[in-house]
Design a protein around this ligand. Sequence first.
Ligand SMILES: Nc1ncnc2c1ncn2[C@@H]1O[C@H](COP(=O)(O)OP(=O)(O)O)[C@@H](O)[C@H]1O
Ligand SMILES: [Mg+2]
Length: 318
Amino acid sequence: MSDTPEPEPSPKPQPSGESADLTGTTAPGRGAAGPAPAADLQHLYQELAQTNVRLEEEAQRRTIALATAAHRLKTPLAIISGYIELLLSQKAGTLVERQIEILEDTQENCARLQRFIQDFLTYSALETGSVAIQAELGDLNACLAEVYELWLPRFQKKGVALYLTAGTRLDPFKFDSFKIEEVVSNLLDNSLKFTPGGGSVWLSAERHFWDRRGGHDIRAPIERRKLNSSTPNSVKVTVADTGPGIEPEFHQEIFQDFFRIPGASESSEGTGLGLAIARRLVQAHSGKIWVESEPGSGSRVSFLLPLEPPARESTGTS
Ligand SMILES: Nc1ncnc2c1ncn2[C@@H]1O[C@H](COP(=O)(O)OP(=O)(O)O)[C@@H](O)[C@H]1O
Ligand SMILES: [Mg+2]
């Protein structure tokens, strides 16, 4: 979306007659006459807040418009796919080798487009807040086993070994199994895509103590002191691979919308939305996601799901 022109903030005349400097390079309202009165700063602050709300609304409208367009593409694409399948089945007439090749290529491109549309629809639904987390008591190991079974044939086809090492018994806790399956699928998709044949990928889950005191632990201090630091309060899920690894400078950016590492991802298919979607879904569970990696040493993407969501955080999307 970098080609969208940035709306300019509307500068307001300052008491000194200058325009407000919203870049922060000079102190706003500070002229030869000294600091601006508190009322002026208050006014400037309100104006910035209004501009911010307006920009957010515009971004939402754009996302909804693009999602509507993407949604409309779904039906014709499904019809095209159906016809390709029919032709390939040769029920509508016998095909020569070259025709089969062309149709198979078209089918693959249709599937790519369908994946892109699906990613974009999920992203825009999360972005516009129309996705609700349906957290129910569940067995995370069973959820991971399902995703593992689903992905195993694709790994076998490429010659990449896939291991499920979810050996630890996990007590049932509340999470949205469809959304967590989607998160894990996005991570496995990356590991499969970036790991060359002959490599390995491990999917694992373990109990984990998540010390949120430095972050946004909203429990009362007395309650926190009672918490034994050895008591696991979350589950950590990790997808580790023997792929090319990721430069530390990109460890944050790969979770941003539409971000793909320049150069590294160009030869592979993708939208740059998989990890951004995963981040939103994990955050909607009050969890967090991160990567540990060095170029040449593979990647480990992990996420934490709290066994009990912090009381003041809603279970909706963030
Ligand atoms: N396991 C991995 N190994 C190497 N690079 C990765 C891995 N996972 C993610 N990346 C990098 O992060 C980028 C963003 O990932 P993602 O959001 O899933 O987008 P996409 O898969 O569509 O490229 C990828 O394009 C790739 O450059
Ligand atoms: Mg991806």
